[in-house]
Design a protein around this ligand. Structure first.
Ligand code: FE2
Length: 326
């Protein structure tokens, strides 16, 4: 069945179309970039609302199909920013009614796992999900995807963005920080904030800003921030793998594109006889194809939703999803 998926949890409006074998027929990704300052949910939602109709048309045309070929519409029900989620949900409901096709609302974090499972060849991984809004270590155990560790304050990507703004290197600063870090060689002292299986990132940002005020090179600060934060992620991911006995680790989210993070996770995995998997970049970041695919998987397993079930849920937890398809 051909499924159209609408992603709209935060900065990205994504429309993806998949078939029943997880072939991605199209995957249009449009990221909102604030003209200045940080991401404002209402402004991001206005951006999504302005372009959602034309983006759906583009995805349909890229896929080489027509609207009547679509058998199911899926959308990101949560977690995320309320105004953005409502744009995605409203567009999905409109398509469902107009085309008389079923609708399924999906959990964004679980979508990252399932697109990885379907496209990388991994089977039962621990997902290291590192993005702007989310930082979680997720794995399937006892009938649900469970969160084994997560940030206690902000997502790691959000921290990179805030740090980028403080240091004057722009917003969506992850790639700029990665580039600077390659030129850094001094490991500066930053708080290593692992608390049990959880992590905290905002104190690291405050400490990094104060290092900058003391005159340290941006390159050394970027290097030290990456080394510290990625070591924290690797430690928690490794402990989750050891605790539940999994030998696969899957990367997901925008920060999972960072090559230094991938190298650290890959060598951690190799040291314990495990394997790292990473979806191709456009399926790793927020995108509509992963929403379409999870919608298909859920529908295929018998899940049906009425319009009443399509209310968005900003705090939709990964472990609230009944995983009926595994
Ligand atoms: Fe995401």
């Amino acid at each position: 069945m051909i499924t159209l998926g609408i992603e709209g949890t935060a900065h990205t409006l994504g429309i993806g179309i998949t078939d029943g074998e997880c072939n991605v027929l199209s995957n249009v990704i449009n990221m909102y970039k604030p003209p200045e300052g940080g991401l404002h949910p209402r402004e991001a939602a206005n951006h999504h609302a302005d372009i959602v109709a034309e983006t759906i048309q583009k995805a349909v045309s890229d896929a080489g199909i027509s609207l009547k070929d679509i058998g199911l519409v899926a959308f990101s029900k949560g977690p995320g920013m309320g105004p953005c989620l409502r744009v995605a949900a409203t567009a999905a409901r409109a398509l469902s009614v107009k085309l008389s096709i079923p609708i399924v609302g999906v959990n964004h974090c679980v979508a990252h796992v399932e697109i990885g499972n379907a496209t990388t060849g991994c089977n039962d991984p621990v997902l290291l999900y590192a993005s702007g809004g989310n930082t979680q270590i997720i794995a399937f155990a006892n009938g649900k995807y469970r969160i084994f560790g997560e940030t206690l304050d902000i997502g790691i990507g959000n921290m990179f963005d805030k740090l980028g703004r403080e240091l004057g290197i722009g917003y969506y600063a992850g790639p700029a920080i990665e580039k600077l870090a390659r030129e850094g060689d001094k490991l500066l002292d930053l708080p290593y904030s692992v608390k049990g299986m959880d992590m905290a990132f905002s104190g690291i940002m405050t400490a990094a800003v104060s290092l900058s005020k003391k005159g340290h090179r941006l390159e050394d600060i970027a290097h030290s921030v990456q080394e510290t934060c990625f070591a924290m992620l690797a430690e928690v991911t490794e402990r989750a793998m050891a605790h539940i006995g999994k030998d696969e680790v899957l990367m997901g989210g925008g920060v999972a594109q960072n090559m230094r993070l991938r190298n650290m996770i890959e060598s951690m995995a190799e040291d314990r006889g495990a394997k790292m998997f990473a979806p191709q970049p456009r399926l790793c970041i927020d995108n509509g194809a992963m929403i379409a695919w999870l919608g298909h998987v859920m529908y295929d397993s018998g899940i049906r939703m009425s319009m009443d079930d399509t209310k968005v849920d900003q705090k939709f937890r990964t472990d609230e999803v009944d995983v009926t398809w595994r």
